[in-house]
Design a protein around this ligand. Structure first.
Ligand code: BGC
Length: 768
């Protein structure tokens, strides 16, 4: 089954396809979804409302409060209901279900003076009730259509319960695996990140916001949050303007181009200026350059936190600075509500700016149709997930798995796929083998552990139907450091023909406020791994994690390793189908796996140095090159890496024309690069063809490789396909020495291959 088979069940999603950025702008979103007359009606509605509102009622629309679980300091909201009835709340987050959204909505719509409906928001990050793999896992599919479909399903489930706004997608580029929130994004690459970001926006926002199952998307966290120093969450960031523009901003820009309705300002200070009070980001770039037309929300309490940053002296300063910088809605600090009326009266904040912010919020409420349909029909959550939702979750999980290595054991064949051989004795060991809540990963909205089918359940079923023997032992706790007794696990291991080891992180060890200074297997798991390996039985290692782990020992001693991330509700069925080869793994890493934590931040699209290490690594070169004396420079597994049960050959790419002028590129000419990809193995599989470039001879140093295109190719054994990538001004321009985005004369090397580390380039000359 492919995603296209599911299309009749899901709303169609207009995608750009492949990785090409769409040319739609924020204004186009309005234009494509609505006629000019509708637009005028919306403007009129908003104007009328603004004209009737008191200053307090206006400020109320900018006040967002949590009605449930908190992820940070929460203001006391004992009188939440009274506040809503008094028009002091414009939006709520973390409301439990349809019944509660309707109950709160009744307070706003029936009791408040102007009857303005509430907007309900929630972190619907990788599914609402149907939980898909974590976003880093979904990204490993390189399948933007699939990702859009997961977002579409999540939107329809959320909207049914009254949630019309998701704080997703998180489009922060993450180059440091210590940062826990790497789990929530698409990884380290801006080009892939931009394509995936657009897929989420299209999926969530659907055909038109007025459709009852569309939700507002929110591009977050603007900006630079993923560059937190030392990978420590909420830490400061300090990026050059060039790196900010080239690496961290493109996914946000792509969201704006896709018509994203809202943007969330980040917690971090960027070069000393908090992102939640940063006019350069929020006005200069977001509004003036990109033409963003929706509204900006702060992050949780981030307006008040400008005082801790040290840029706001008082609560009043904090509120004024954030509003004036461009934050329209206050998530949870309560400072807008408390301070803005006074600030407006004192003339410190112009009424026009307040009206602008309120107008933006009201506009989205009108667009969603909340004034006509503030309530959702009574809805009793279903006991089990519909099969179509499960199928999508299973396909998503299957596409997320990355076969990191599958070396033959001795002279034999690789361990995977497992032979479905009656009598085969399978041992399943590890703390993640039967951990339903962990399979949901961080941020699991209304996901339920009871919806999860674990690996233990699915493998036991498969063994039973296939007349195989199955035994399970947990082995040790995932995080507990206390010495464990591995006896049972070792007994299972010794009596098995193959051992599946399910190791890794607990879900709570990833995501927000879950940065790690160590990237190895937590608790006693490394000892368990070594003890099981020492039994000499063949071992398949499944790594459950929300980030790349530094598993150098495993890579050396365990021939077969799969990155399984946190796969969601269909973890078990998807893993078993992958293990037995019903489905062929096709995931490719979107975040580099380091050998050791000391290499972090580690990412493929780095700049060269003046003393690059070109040889094999430590020990083979002169000391005075850019290297460690105790570790290789290379990653354990590079960006783009991912194996299959078949093999693919990439022919040497060819480019046309061999030389091109800067002027021609500016006029729209393109370099076309093609190669032939052949399935050289004995079974069907999906190759992810990746196109990388390097520019040299330019006014600023360019990365040693940059992704500029990708395509998933489904190839039967022995067949081949020609892939073609077009490289034009968009792909070849960069922020030059004068901080202008432009094409320059350069030597252009182009690779097409199955990862970011291999292949021989073809060269094109870009001349003046
Ligand atoms: C997170 C955001 C999230 C918000 C609301 C914050 O702590 O940084 O990503 O959307 O809480 O839950």
């Amino acid at each position: 089954m492919t995603i296209t088979d599911l299309m009749p069940y899901l709303w169609p999603v207009a995608l750009a396809g492949g990785a090409a950025a769409t040319n739609r702008t924020a204004t186009d979103r309005t234009a494509t979804n609505r006629t000019a007359t509708d637009q005028a009606v919306i403007d009129q509605t908003v104007e009328n409302l603004l004209g009737r509102m008191t200053t307090e009622e206006k400020v109320g629309q900018l006040n967002q409060r949590s009605a449930g679980n908190a992820t940070g300091p929460a203001a006391q909201v004992s009188e939440l209901s009274a506040m809503i009835a008094a028009g002091q709340v414009g939006s709520l987050l973390n409301v439990a279900d349809a019944e509660q959204t309707n109950a709160y909505q009744a307070l706003a719509v029936e009791r408040s003076r102007l009857h303005i409906p509430l907007l309900f928001g929630l972190d619907v990050i990788h599914g609402f009730r149907t939980i898909f793999p974590i976003n880093l896992g979904l990204a490993a599919s390189w399948d933007v259509d699939l990702i859009a479909q997961t977002a579409r399903l999540a939107a329809s489930e959320a909207a049914r319960e009254g949630v019309r706004w998701t704080f997703s997608p998180m489009v922060d580029i993450a180059r440091d695996a210590r940062w826990g929130r790497i789990a929530e994004g698409a990884g380290e690459d801006p080009y892939l990140g931009a394509a995936i970001a657009q897929a989420y926006v299209h999926g969530y926002q659907g055909r038109a916001l007025a459709d009852p199952d569309s939700v507002l998307a929110c591009a977050k966290h603007f900006a630079g949050y993923g560059a937190a120093e030392a990978g420590r969450d909420y830490n400061t960031t300090d990026l050059s303007e060039r790196t900010l523009r080239q690496v961290y901003l493109p996914p946000f820009r792509a969201c704006v181009q896709a018509g994203v309705a809202t943007v969330m300002a980040a917690f971090n200070a960027l070069a000393g200026i908090p992102a939640s009070a940063n006019p350069f980001l929020l006005q200069q770039i977001l509004r003036k350059t990109w033409g963003f037309g929706g509204f900006v929300v702060s992050d949780w309490n981030s307006i008040a936190e400008t005082m801790a940053h040290g840029t706001a002296k008082t609560a009043a300063d904090a509120a004024a600075q954030s509003l004036l910088a461009g934050v329209d809605m206050d998530l949870e600090s309560g400072l807008y509500l408390a301070q803005l009326p006074l600030l407006v009266r004192a003339g410190k904040v112009p009424m026009a700016r307040l009206d602008q912010a309120v107008g933006r919020v009201l506009r989205e409420k009108v667009e969603l149709g909340l004034f006509e349909r503030p309530y959702v029909p009574a809805f009793t959550p279903i006991p089990d997930l519909p099969s179509v939702a499960r199928r999508l979750a299973r396909v998503a999980a299957e596409e997320s798995f990355v076969l990191l290595q599958n070396r033959p054991r001795g002279a034999g064949r690789p361990l995977l796929p497992l032979p479905a051989q009656p009598g085969l004795r399978i041992g399943l060991i590890g703390p993640l083998a039967d951990a339903p809540a962990d399979m949901l990963g961080p941020w699991s909205a209304r996901g339920r552990p009871s919806d999860v089918i674990t690996l233990r359940t699915s493998l036991a079923d498969r063994a039973a139907t296939g007349h195989m023997a199955f035994r399970y032992a947990k082995g040790c706790d995932a995080v507990d450091e206390q010495p464990s007794d591995f006896r049972q696990a070792l007994a299972v291991s010794r009596e098995s023909d193959v051992v599946i080891l399910a190791l890794g992180e607990r879900a709570y060890q990833t995501g927000e406020a879950a940065s790690r200074a160590h990237l190895d297997l937590p608790g006693r798991q490394q000892q368990l791994l070594e003890a099981v390996a020492a039994t000499g039985r063949p071992v398949v290692l499944l790594l459950f994690a929300g980030r790349p782990l530094a598993v150098a020992w495993a890579a050396q001693h365990i021939p077969t390793i799969v990155a399984a991330w946190f796969p969601g509700v269909e973890a078990g069925p998807a893993l078993v189908r992958m293990l037995f080869g019903d489905v062929n793994p096709s995931g490719h890493l979107t975040a580099t796996f380091p050998r050791s934590v000391g290499q972090e931040p580690l990412y493929y699209n780095a700049l060269s140095t003046g003393r690059p290490l070109t040889g094999a690594g430590a020990g083979t070169e002169t000391r005075f090159t850019s290297r460690y004396i105790d570790e290789l420079n290379t990653p354990l597994f590079p960006f783009g890496h991912g194996l299959s049960y078949t093999t693919f050959n990439y022919a040497q790419p060819a480019a046309q024309p061999g030389a091109i002028s800067v002027a021609a590129l500016r006029r729209g000419a393109k370099v076309t690069v093609t190669t032939e990809v052949t399935n050289t193995g004995d079974r069907e599989g999906v190759a992810v063809a990746q196109c990388y470039i390097r520019l040299t001879g330019t006014s600023v140093a360019r990365p040693v490789r940059e992704l500029k295109g990708f395509q998933r190719l489904d190839l039967r054994a022995g067949t081949h396909q020609v892939v073609r990538f077009a490289l034009g001004q968009d792909e070849l321009s960069f922020w030059n020495a004068d901080m202008k985005q432009t094409v320059e004369s350069a030597k252009l090397d182009i690779w097409i291959g199955g990862d970011s580390a291999t292949g021989t380039p073809t060269t094109v000359l870009i001349h003046d």
